[in-house]
Ligand binder design. Structure first.
Ligand code: FAD
Ligand code: SIN
Length: 477
């Protein structure tokens, strides 16, 4: 009698949203999954996500009165800018954006219906023509809600295992294909695991002295929302994967300057939803200077054109983020946390500087008359503060913010089946057998600028594709 060799697992490197989504689909396809993460706890940067996940055409959008949303593809292309217009792109940007945007509704439905994540609140972030960034109405931020729901579902499946503090140090290869991984755990001993690999190890915005200084030395000294962590892209280079847009690094316009530690190189993010739900930005002179709902690259550039300061070794700009009572209320769960951390203060309008009161009154007049903003802002979120004496005893929320290194648009090249690509003889790119990727490690979708809410989305959409494809490779083997 012959005994069948046990089926190899799908190996998932990284326990952020891309890895968790891949694991979910691989399990659904009947595979066993071994997930490895070098961090002591799961969730990566995904667990910190604060504004939400994009979806076009969802029932949550419809309940806001948006009957149809067919501008997500064009908004994404516009945001990607010149990178998208390249004559011979190294990856099929059009196909990737088409998949991202057309599968956004099903990604949101998957999380809401199968995993019971509350995504019923929808905000309009910068560069979006309509509100489409989904989060929950409760206290839990969207990243934590999504990650914990997925982890619970995965842990309930006996075919799933997660090992933390397991650092993948090499992709094992033979005959031009990836065959598995080598990893180290606390004992320092090398371990090997064979199987198809989904690489979901995140971006390099926290790798200040490594890839970031290689590709964007000009960003030295700018604080970051990413905790320091070395990038894992070298493991992909070692199997000759190719990379795209590596110098496209996103500067988010608003990281909080903590009054208790103003020079810190690590900043808490002031979620874009704060502006989306009605917040405005004011210069040191107390004046609005930019449409706060422009894309992040445009808002950051406008702030960085203002005079900057250097605190300790950190380069920062220090503008005021101000929310009226309507915007504060619409973001209560965020604001509660920021107040508790001392990053935001509540102040009566009458206690603000005279030039700030003048700007608040001017903006409140614009909103109350639904007028034309000289800076081009068209959506005012939940702003309800009236202009003039009537507002003097109302409380607004104020914090100091500065641009921060936040996200890396560049990464490994991949295709619509989430297969990692390498150069082929004679030109062009070809998939590396046995290797898939998803999430921030990949490049080519966002071009020069990512829209807020589209990272969680790419993790869910391409993570699910990668997991399903990796599992399929086992049944086809
Ligand atoms: P991650 O979630 O970063 O996970 C990667 C994992 O891989 C990590 O746990 C890491 O330890 C592990 N890893 C790396 N190398 C190895 C290795 N060699 N061996 C084993 N494990 C390894 N995006 C949105 O769309 N909406 C938001 O609201 C939003 N808010 C954000 C707020 C903050 C503060 C930050 C920092 C980012 C935010 N983003 C948001 C961006 C988004 O969260 C991330 O880009 C996205 O979650 C990345 O997911 P990922 O799965 O690709 O990687
Ligand atoms: C934020 O909350 O501003 C971050 C959203 C994102 O990075 O997509």
């Amino acid at each position: 009698m012959t005994t069948q060799a046990p089926k190899k697992p799908v190996i998932v490197v990284g326990s952020g949203l891309a890895g968790l989504s891949a694991a979910h689909e691989a399990l659904r396809a009947g595979a066993t999954v071994r997930m490895l993460d070098r961090a002591p706890k799961p969730g990566g940067n995904s667990i910190k996500a604060s504004s939400g996940i994009n979806g076009a055409g969802t029932r949550f959008q419809q309940s806001l009165g948006i009957a149809k949303d067919d501008s997500f593809y064009s908004d994404t292309v516009r945001s990607a800018g010149a990178r998208f217009a390249e004559s011979s792109p190294p990856v099929d940007r059009k196909a990737l954006i088409e998949i991202l945007t057309s599968q956004s509704e099903s990604a949101v439905n998957w999380l809401a219906d199968e995993l019971n994540v509350d995504l019923s609140v929808v905000a309009q972030l910068g560069g979006h023509s309509v509100p489409r960034t989904h989060r929950g109405g409760g206290k839990l931020p969207p990243g934590a809600a999504i990650v914990s729901a997925l982890l619970d579902a995965l842990k309930a499946n006996s075919n799933f295992s997660l090992e933390n503090s397991a650092d993948v140090v090499e992709l094992l290869s033979g005959d031009g294909a990836v065959k598995g991984v080598s990893y180290q755990v606390a004992d320092g001993q090398p371990h090997e695991l064979e199987g198809p690999v989904v690489f979901a190890a995140g971006g390099f915005a926290g790798d200040a002295h490594g890839l970031l200084s290689k590709y964007r030395p000009d960003l030295a000294g700018i604080p970051s929302t990413n905790e320091a962590r070395p990038a894992s892209h070298g493991l992909l280079s070692a199997v000759r994967a190719s990379f795209v847009d590596m110098d496209s690094v996103q500067i988010h316009p608003t990281g909080f300057v903590d009054p208790k530690d103003p020079g810190s190189a690590y900043k808490f993010l002031a979620a874009e939803a704060l502006r989306g739900e009605g917040g405005i930005l004011l210069s040191a002179e107390g004046k609005r200077f930019i449409n706060e709902l422009q894309t992040r690259d445009v808002v950051s550039a406008a702030i960085m054109a203002l005079p900057h300061t250097t605190v300790e070794k950190t380069r920062q700009w220090e503008v005021t983020l101000l929310l009226d009572p309507g915007a504060c209320e619409a973001t209560t769960s965020h604001i509660g946390f920021y107040l508790w951390k001392g990053l935001v203060q509540k102040k009566k309008v009458r206690d603000l500087a005279p030039e700030v009161i003048a700007s608040v009154d001017k903006y409140a007049t614009l909103v109350s008359e639904n007028g034309e903003d000289e800076l081009g802002r068209k959506a005012f979120g939940h702003w309800k503060l009236p202009p003039g004496e009537a507002n003097r005893d109302e409380e607004v929320c104020v914090g100091t913010v500065t641009p921060v290194v936040h996200f890396t648009m560049g990464g490994v090249t991949f295709d619509s089946q989430a297969r990692v690509l390498r150069p082929k003889e004679g030109g062009g790119l070809v998939p590396i057998p046995g290797l898939w990727a998803a999430g921030e490690i990949t490049g080519g979708i966002h071009g020069a600028n990512r829209l807020g809410g589209s990272s969680l989305l790419e993790c869910a959409v391409f993570g699910r594709i990668a997991g399903a494809e990796a599992a399929k490779s086992l049944t086809n083997a």
